[in-house]
Design a protein around this ligand. Structure first.
Ligand SMILES: [Ca+2]
Ligand SMILES: [Ca+2]
Ligand SMILES: [Ca+2]
Length: 238
């Protein structure tokens, strides 16, 4: 009986624990600007961009001088119940981003916020010739040395990063992701710009045990309880 009880509990626990992820938003900007997305940037094809095609088709491009006031915003509403969110996207750093620790004028930041809370701050360094790959991002494309208007790998280097931010605690039905650039060294315009592509948001929920699972759990604990009671009643031998 002991073995049966443990087996039932283990079986029920195995069904009760797993979390499930559901993709709640995705865009590659190939069909224009999604209704959930807004910002000062425009949808462009690589042919109109001041850089080489890296095989990603259309993308969102913002060459305006921006800051928090000019943020790009992704608003998701009507989300199914969830415990956490994760977001993944390609971040394109155009031209002479100067990083945050060297170069001139330094202090260029790309920031991501969820419901107003900062969840990532990335400061690529395209200008010094020494690439800095931020912690939460992976460099996936470095077309140097053919940045636009300059054949040097310095100053006009373009870089593309895959950014993955997971385990973002979140339960509300609406989520607002904000993408913004700025900082003490932000020059913007033709000097520094950014793009986005291949955005995907997943909602993660810890599975709630189903009725049959609860029945298994209760049955299992009951079996263990019965076993322990019988042990207690067993006469003690000296
Ligand atoms: Ca695309
Ligand atoms: Ca610059
Ligand atoms: Ca700068």
């Amino acid at each position: 009986m002991k073995l049966v009880g443990y087996t039932l509990v283990a079986a029920a626990a195995a069904f009760a624990v797993p979390a499930s992820a559901q993709t709640v938003f995705t865009t590659d900007f190939e069909s224009g600007m999604p209704a959930e997305f807004s910002g000062q940037g425009t949808i462009e094809s690589p042919g109109t961009l001041p850089t080489a095609d890296f095989g990603q088709g259309h993308l969102y491009n913002d060459t305006t001088v921006t800051g928090p006031a000019g943020a790009s915003v992704l608003t998701l509403s009507g989300l199914t119940p969830h415990d956490a969110l994760s977001i993944e996207f390609d971040f394109l750093a155009w031209n002479s981003w100067d990083g945050s620790s060297q170069g001139f004028p330094q202090g260029d930041f790309f920031e991501v916020l969820l419901d107003g809370t900062l969840i990532a701050s990335i400061s690529p360094n395209n200008a010094s010739g020494t690439l800095f790959v931020p912690g939460s991002a992976t460099l996936i494309f470095d077309p140097a040395p053919y940045g636009f208007g300059d054949s040097s790998p310095f100053f006009d280097r373009d870089t593309v990063y895959r950014v993955t931010l997971g385990g973002l605690t979140h339960t509300a039905a609406t989520a607002v992701f904000t993408f913004q650039v700025g900082g003490s060294g932000w020059q913007g315009g033709s000097d520094e710009a950014f793009g986005l592509d291949n955005i995907r948001v997943d909602a993660v929920s810890s599975a709630v045990p189903e009725l049959s699972t609860w029945a298994l759990l209760i049955l299992g604990f009951g079996a263990i309880g019965g076993f322990l009671r019988r042990r207690e009643r067993r006469p003690a031998y000296a």
